[in-house]
Design a protein around this ligand. Structure first.
Ligand SMILES: [Zn+2]
Length: 512
């Protein structure tokens, strides 16, 4: 196999494609693709960073393969790339765009007879988050040379764009860009950023910055390279300090929004960050997503079961009074007045009612009890008994009104906790055996007090605590009205045990 002569040395800051294109310009005076084909090297393989393609080019050119491979961006899949051990999504690199610094290229070709042999396409220009030339402190230019030629980032394909480009207003590289470059050089940086994939670290920083600089409503698709650069600088101030600093920043941002908005939500407080993460294919992969989700869950009212960045929140910490009232089917005012009178809600600085929040951590179980509460009518219907039957159940503590546990003194306080109603029904199903027909001498609960010589609360207490092992219900019947009691069993029990109902002590039956 003939060696290419003379040897065109690889430059340590250029891409393998750039070096191949310069050799094409030298040896043929022409373009990259026909040159590679003449060498039997597949242009697509070289573009994908296949090591075999680089090895074979190096063999023909007499170049050290390791040097060239160090600058090789390998496509592990079309969507996941790798450079120097760092993996990142394809959009971490430029795609159809070719970035360059006009001053670098001008210096390259100065006094050179063949500019396309002299001009290097730098490796860091391939990184889409690198936007400033670190040598000349000017923004990089970006040319879209079209799908075919652009894919090879071949300066020869850019035509006059390269020669006519004038330096833009100087700026120094952002600290985020410097971080990218030094991480790819193997240096360590801030811990939180180093602990994640490089593209996640960079994206997180820029998104936080976009929120800081442009506010929650900014659309990422409408951001120019200059805006991203600006965002990266602002976000760096936060992300460089790690998880706690990000969390504090997000919480402060939510509080600030809460002062201005009726109801604070992910969109109107963290919009630009939240929307980007919500659209990500796997938000769980982004360390930023978990911090954002925690900030939302800890600071914003949510609906039970609401999904926040891929995770369902079954029991939100904060609820609005309006949403609880709506689930209870009572008016906002009815609920609010009782909660406010008891000090369960803090109406300070809340301009309108619907924004009033309940903090479920301050009063555990209040919201669940409210949302499961039933009126006397509803409770009686659920148990399939006449309303007067509820009184003995309340007396023995199997049922409670909300005011017994919470300091609520109106219509809401009178409601019964529906979860206890459910427990009574489940208890009956459990302790009462099913029969085909009514056994001899058995009576229902209406007739039982007279037949057994005791009162209804005592009978219910015995029944729900599992003392009446002979109690039955007919197949297909449910609820308290279906229960049939053996008066002989009750009388025997009352003779041998002293059952004194302590109404204050008694609570619902145990469920072990
Ligand atoms: Zn430059």
């Amino acid at each position: 196999m003939d060696k290419l002569f003379p040897h065109i040395p690889f430059s340590d800051d250029e891409t393998p494609l750039s070096w191949a294109a310069r050799q094409a310009a030298f040896h043929t005076g022409g373009r990259l693709v026909p040159f590679l084909k003449d060498l039997a090297v597949s242009p697509r393989d070289l573009w994908r960073g296949e090591p075999e393609a680089i090895e074979s080019l190096c063999a023909r050119a007499g170049e050290d393969t390791e040097r060239v491979l160090r600058n090789n961006i390998l496509a592990i899949t079309p969507h996941l790339l790798q450079l120097r051990g760092e993996q990142f999504a394809a959009d971490f690199t430029t795609r159809s765009e070719t970035q360059f610094c006009p001053i670098c290229l001008k210096e390259d070709r100065q006094n050179q007879p063949r500019p396309y042999v002299a001009m290097l396409h730098r490796l860091n220009w391939r990184l889409s988050h690198v936007r400033t030339c670190p040598t000349h402190n000017v923004p990089l230019h970006s040319v879209n040379a079209g799908k075919t030629s652009g894919h090879y980032y071949e300066l020869h394909a850019m035509g006059d764009a390269v020669f006519e480009a004038r330096p833009l207003k100087p700026r120094s590289p952002s600290p985020l860009q410097t971080y990218i470059e030094s991480r790819l050089d193997g240096k360590t940086g801030p811990e939180w950023l180093d602990g994640q994939r490089i593209d996640y670290a960079v994206r997180a920083t820029e998104l936080l910055g976009a929120l800081i600089v442009f506010g929650p409503n900014q659309s990422t698709t409408k951001m120019t390279p200059d805006m991203w650069d600006h965002a990266g600088r602002a976000g760096w101030e936060v992300s460089t300090n790690g998880e706690a600093a990000i969390s504090t920043f997000l919480t402060d941002t939510i509080s600030e929004a809460a002062r201005k908005k009726r109801v604070v939500g992910p969109q109107n407080s963290l919009g630009v960050v939240y929307r980007w993460l919500a659209k990500a294919k796997q938000p769980a992969d982004f360390p930023l997503a978990e911090i954002v989700r925690n900030a939302i869950v800890e600071n914003m009212p949510l609906q039970p079961g609401q999904s926040v960045l891929g995770t369902q929140v079954d029991r939100p910490r904060f609820r609005t009074v309006a949403s609880v009232a709506s689930r209870m089917k009572v008016s906002f005012k009815t609920l609010y007045d009782e909660l406010a009178a008891a000090g369960y809600v803090d109406p300070v600085n809340r301009p309108t009612g619907s924004a009033v929040l309940i903090d479920t951590q301050k009063t555990p179980d209040l919201v669940e009890a409210l949302e499961n509460s039933l009126s006397m009518n509803e409770a009686a219907d659920t148990l399939m008994i006449p309303q007067p039957f509820l009184v003995p159940l309340l007396n023995i503590g199997s049922l409670e009104r909300l005011h017994q546990r919470f300091d609520l003194s109106g219509k809401v306080g009178k409601q019964i906790d529906g979860r206890q109603v459910q427990e009574v029904n489940e208890c009956i199903e459990r302790v009462v055996a099913i029969v085909g027909k009514t056994p001899r001498n058995y009576v229902d609960l209406d007739a039982a007090p007279k037949a057994c010589g005791t009162d209804l609360p005592t009978l219910l207490h015995l029944l729900l605590n599992g003392y009446l092992s002979k109690a039955k219900r007919k197949d297909g019947t449910h609820g308290l009205k279906a229960v049939l009691i053996d008066p002989i069993e009750v009388k025997d029990l009352l003779r041998t045990h002293k059952f004194r109902i302590d109404y204050k002590q008694l609570r619902m039956v145990s469920h072990d």
